[in-house]
Structures are given as C-alpha cells and as structure tokens.
Design a protein around this ligand. Structure first.
Ligand code: ZN
Length: 150
C-alpha cells in the first residue's frame, strides 16, 4: 500500500472515530449485543432493528475504546443499514479475511473498497480484535444470545 493511500485510510478511520455514524441506542431494537475486547479494553453495544423480511431496517452502536474499535463499529453500522442479514454475514466473512491480510473473496468492489480502510490492521495482530469486535458483536446480537466477544 502506498503512503498516500495509507494516509487516506487513516483519515477515514479518524473521521469515523471522531464523528461516529449511527451512534446511540435504538429504542425499537429487535436485537442487541454487547462485546468486550479485554486485550485493549474496547467495549461496544450493537442495536439492530430487523424486519420480518430479514432486512436490517436500522442499526446503531454505543461504545468506548480505541479509535480502531470505534471507527470499525461506525463503518459497520454505516454499511449494514438497509442490508439483509445474509448480506451482513457475507460482509463480515469478507472483512474477517481482509483484517488478516487475506483476499476478501466474493465481495462487491464497492464493499471491498469501503472495508479496505481497516485492512491496515493486518500488520498489527494486537489490533485485529479491535477491528473485528463490532462485527462479532453484531453477529451474536443477531443470534439472540448475550454476546461475549473476546
Ligand atoms: Zn482497541
């Protein structure tokens, strides 16, 4: 990755962590989950409102922690609003590959580009859990359990 691209990605991450999208509780949530990354101290709570058609009508998060964890949650909520649960799982699968420095597989080019801003964490194994916390928490929320993400 060249330096200007790296800088752009850092700007996107900082922007999301300073001005998080979809931040705050949803009072009509159908699913919620909480996650904790003890390695870094990050905490995140995900709220989802899923319709009978399997579409995520609304999604939001609350949390505190490092810039990576909060930016990843913000980016995720931004990308998942309006998607189906199945699409959310596909995006998550691709994202988990990206943050390990692997090929994202069958994602759309647009989705891959947006998720790619977080791919730099693959060089910092300690930070991978910061980036994936929101996604694991979202998945456990959808599965209906109390999320325990470590
Ligand atoms: Zn963190």
């Amino acid at each position: 990755m060249d330096d200007s691209l790296r800088e752009l990605y850092q700007e996107v991450i900082l922007d999301h962590s300073r001005h998080p999208r979809h931040f705050g509780p949803l009072d009509h949530a159908s699913h919620t989950g909480e996650g904790h990354n003890p390695l870094c101290g990050d905490r995140v709570k995900i709220y989802l409102s899923v319709g009978d058609d399997g579409r995520i009508k609304d999604i939001s998060f609350e949390g505190r922690g490092c810039a990576i964890s909060q930016a990843s949650a913000s980016l995720m909520t931004d990308m998942l609003a309006g998607r189906t649960v199945a699409e959310a799982e596909t995006l998550m699968g691709g994202f988990l590959h990206l943050v390990k420095g692997e090929d994202a597989g069958g994602l759309d080019a647009d989705d891959r580009d947006r998720l790619n801003v977080m791919a730099g964490v693959s060089a910092f194994p300690m930070r991978v859990k910061c980036a994936t916390l929101a996604w694991h928490t979202m998945k456990s929320a959808l599965e209906g359990g109390v999320a325990k993400t470590e």
